[in-house]
Design a protein around this ligand. Structure first.
Ligand code: CU
Length: 160
């Protein structure tokens, strides 16, 4: 009986590890603000690996800022696009990318973007980033693991 419980526990752990989405606070404790240096958010983003399902939350502790999803050219030029999400101390913004790829985000208020309130980040498909293609490789691994565990369970139940 204890072995069967252990087996079920093992299955739950496998599922949780594969599908766990992470919520990131953009800029950590600084939040979404004019950064102390122009590489602050780039450094923040480059230290992480984002996967589909992960959520980026923009919190503001001071002033008014915007979150604008822009093209690479607009990102480089700090173009003041009009389609933005306004964030304030009482209004945070959560963003969950729906497709894998590279995203460019800037603040369009005043010269905040020029001061470094901008970053780009890459979203990977769910799965191991070292395997290709990551999505199907991950599913296959989990499927194979389930098959092995199920066979073990059936064998176990047959004998006891
Ligand atoms: Cu701003």
């Amino acid at each position: 009986m204890a072995s069967r419980m252990g087996l079920i526990g093992c299955l739950i752990v496998v599922v949780a590890q594969v599908s766990a989405a992470v919520e990131y606070q953009v800029g950590d404790s600084l939040g979404w603000a004019i950064p102390p240096n122009t590489s602050y958010y780039s450094t923040w983003a480059s230290s992480k690996t984002f996967f589909l399902g992960d959520k980026l939350t923009f919190n503001v502790t001071n002033g008014t800022h915007t979150v604008a999803m822009v093209s690479e050219a607009e990102y480089n030029a700090c173009t003041k696009v009009t389609s933005v999400f306004v964030v304030q101390p009482s209004v945070s913004f959560g963003y969950t990318p729906e497709t894998a790829g590279t995203y460019y985000i800037i603040c369009t208020v005043s010269n905040h973007c020029e001061q470094g309130q901008k970053f780009s980040f890459k979203v990977e498909s769910t799965g191991s980033p070292t395997e290709s293609p990551p999505n199907s490789a991950s599913s296959l691994t989990v499927g194979a693991l389930f098959a092995v565990l199920t066979t073990t369970a059936i064998t176990f139940l047959t004998y006891f």
